[in-house]
Design a protein around this ligand. Structure first.
Ligand code: AQP
Length: 338
């Protein structure tokens, strides 16, 4: 009873991560950390976006393994399956079904203008498939199925969120209010974690140079080594100024996300210190926070039945809500129902 009334009063939150490669601390800071922080105040749906993942060619056995690894990581980072719905996107067929309908409310020109489509097309020039271009429509379906109010994501997803709102609004205008218009929630600091070697570029799971990326499963030595090599600048001042000092500011963002301190506190703490000491401190803080997450993830991964059960329950809960939205959409557009 209490659970039902909580669900009625709480707003709905949706977020998803693709099980492509090992996750980075960019994914953690931009998305997972906010998901963990917000899970108590919202009615939450957290997906493992394997349908999005296949827009870039995946090795099947690895995709399966990474899907389970991501469930374990969600839990190890602190998502509580008794509070939130955790499921695999392909287990709820409504995502693909609604995406098809929404495709007919989306213009090719809009999709061609998407920055991520352009970036990924350049990166995967041998496989510019329709799915890559249609990615934002599937993402709109993900979000709209659950009447989502808020979506915690990194700033790279802002454009996709805006197009999701446009598509929803277009549908609502043609028929009648059907979809809730979602708001993006971006972390105040760390909405775009930069690559350690090219700090103006987004840290990415599929970066060509793994030296600039901290993976969630990197060991302490690797983490310290990567931070030691992080690009800074020719000054010797630890100050947050993303325009003029992208490298140092990126390290400060990472440090605050992992230490819980504010930027001002961090600047005070490192005032007068050299870049070498600063980088080491950031590396040690990250490694210290990641170690228990890594061991908890490994422990959970050894219990496949437990993870499967969470996914089974999650898919059933998600399906209930998603199928209700889909049938409303089908009714409105005139699909004959039996
Ligand atoms: N560098 C980042 N800083 C802040 N947030 C980030 N996110 C990704 N990179 C950063 C956020 O992580 C969530 C999940 O991302 P995704 O799995 O959907 O893939 P992505 O955005 O395409 O991330 P990657 O790491 O760049 O993956 P690949 O290399 O596979 O394309 C999203 O909320 C995203 O904003």
């Amino acid at each position: 009873m209490e659970e039902v009334s909580e669900q009625i009063t709480k707003k709905t939150l949706y977020s998803a991560v693709q099980p492509t490669n090992a996750l980075t601390i960019g994914n953690y800071i931009g998305a997972i950390k906010s998901m963990v922080d917000m899970q108590h105040d919202y009615n939450c749906y957290f997906a493992i976006a394997n349908m999005h993942a296949i827009t870039v060619r995946q090795v099947p056995a690895q995709l399966r393994q990474k899907t389970l690894a991501l469930v374990a990581l969600y839990l190890a980072c602190g998502l509580d399956p008794s509070r939130c719905t955790i499921y695999v996107q392909s287990h709820v067929p409504c995502h693909a079904e609604l995406a098809w309908v929404l495709n007919t409310f989306t213009y090719v020109g809009e999709m061609e203008r998407m920055t991520q489509f352009k970036d990924k097309s350049a990166k995967h020039a041998d496989n510019i498939n329709m799915g890559l271009m249609d990615y934002p429509v599937l993402m709109a379906a993900d979000i709209l199925l659950y009447k989502t109010d808020v979506v915690p994501v990194g700033i790279d997803q802002r454009q996709h969120l805006e197009i999701c709102r446009d598509i929803a609004q277009r549908f609502n205008n043609i028929y009648s209010p059907t979809f809730v218009l979602p708001e993006g929630v971006y972390p105040k600091v760390g909405a775009k974690i930069g690559d350690l070697l090219e700090p103006t570029k987004k840290m990415s799971k599929s970066s060509e140079n793994p030296g600039g990326t901290i993976f969630m499963d990197d060991d302490k030595d690797t983490i310290i080594r990567k931070f030691r090599r992080a690009v800074t600048d020719s000054e010797n001042e630890i100050r947050y100024d993303p325009e003029k000092k992208p490298g140092v500011s990126n390290l400060l963002s990472i440090y605050t996300a992992f230490s819980g301190k504010s930027i001002e506190e961090a600047e005070r703490e490192f005032a007068g210190k050299g870049y070498g000491d600063f980088k080491l401190a950031v590396g040690e803080t990250v490694a210290e926070k990641l170690a228990p997450v890594q061991s908890e993830q490994a422990r959970l991964l050894a219990d496949k039945d437990y993870l499967d059960n969470i996914l089974r329950e999650g898919a059933a809960k998600a399906y209930k809500v998603a199928s209700a939205t889909l049938s409303k959409v089908y009714r409105k557009i005139g699909f004959y129902q039996i």
